[in-house]
Design a protein around this ligand. Structure first.
Ligand code: CAA
Length: 283
């Protein structure tokens, strides 16, 4: 299946990064969000990232402008008519995602693949909102998208082999490494990462050590590039809580119980770096 035009839904941290790497690889990208402000913010981050590549001598100014020229902003889903692949990176909420996918299924041509960047929601359930479950797939990028090499590719129950192969091929063209996984809560990445982060939060909660000490242990002792609490702030504490709840509910197992301190921080609006405060202060 040949792919030329891609629509990315959501111009936030993940969607913006996905749009950037797709445009850099030569694909025409329709970047969609709810309003012009969100699109302008997304495009400003992409422009800043590309300018840095120019400063570092990894890209010419001409290539930067050509890359930006391949991105078209849109606030409606109608552009799905023109694309071969949609990558959805909207908020992590099953109701919102199923509504978006049902609409896309109406608008997009029959050949269009509908992928989601969900970090833990079931692909099979999202696919059931459409009449093309064989064309549904998970394409889970890591944050920050322009830097991280992995794309976890998740097969839903009905995903066609041909669709998997197309997505695997595109991932390589984006200069990333595809890893195939099956559709279970949290897939592989978040099933392993989030319980570690949750345990680090329990370690603060129980007074075993300070956030700084815990992060230092994991950075210097395990060679992690960031400690788990810094990483939690960077991902967003609301996202961490949501993923733990998805694991707990999906497996029906209290070993995934979110730490009460994580709930408390989220209730307080301490969402990590994006809100200015989480385990650390960013103001
Ligand atoms: N966007 C684009 N580029 C970025 C960036 C961002 N947000 N943050 C850092 N970079 C780039 C920098 O510009 C720099 O590039 P140059 O080589 O051009 O200088 C490069 O990354 C390295 O950055 P720094 O030297 O400033 O800092 P660093 O060495 O600490 O690297 C990092 C930053 C790559 C983020 C590193 O700390 C890291 O790997 N952290 C862990 C990230 C991680 O675990 N991500 C997965 C999160 S989980 C997830 O995404 C899944 C989910 O569902 C929740």
């Amino acid at each position: 299946m040949s792919v030329t035009n891609i629509m990315v839904i959501g111009a936030g941290q993940m969607g913006g990064g996905i749009a950037q790497v797709c445009a850099m690889a030569g694909y025409n990208v329709f970047l969609n969000d709810l309003n012009d402000d969100a699109l302008a913010r997304g495009l400003a981050v992409i422009t800043k990232n590309l300018s840095r590549q120019v400063e570092k001598g990894r890209m010419t100014e001409e290539d930067k402008l050509a890359t930006l020229g391949r991105i078209t902003n849109t606030t409606t889903l109608e552009s799905a008519k023109e694309v071969d692949l949609v990558i959805e990176a909207a908020v992590e909420n099953m109701d919102i995602k199923t509504k978006i996918f049902a609409q896309l299924d109406e608008i997009a041509p029959a050949h269009t693949i509908l992928a989601t960047n969900t970090s833990s929601l079931p692909i099979t359930e999202i696919a059931a909102a459409t009449n093309r479950p064989e064309k549904e797939i998970g394409m889970h990028f890591m944050n920050p998208v322009p830097v991280m090499k992995l794309v976890e590719i998740i097969r839903g129950l009905a995903t066609a082999d041909e669709v998997y192969e197309t997505i695997e091929d595109i991932t390589k063209k984006l200069n990333k490494v595809p890893v195939e996984v099956n559709d279970f809560p949290g897939f592989v990445s978040n099933r392993i990462l989030m319980p570690m982060i949750n345990e680090a939060i329990y370690t603060v909660y129980e007074g075993v050590a300070t956030p700084e000490a815990i992060d230092e242990v994991m950075k210097l002792g395990m060679n992690h590039p960031m400690g788990p609490l810094t990483l939690a702030d960077f991902i967003g504490l609301d996202t961490c809580l949501y993923i733990m709840e998805t694991l707990q509910e999906g497996f029906g197992d209290d070993k995934y119980r979110p730490c009460p301190l994580l709930r408390k921080y989220v209730k307080a609006g301490w969402l990590g770096k994006k809100s200015g405060r989480g385990f650390y202060n960013y103001n």
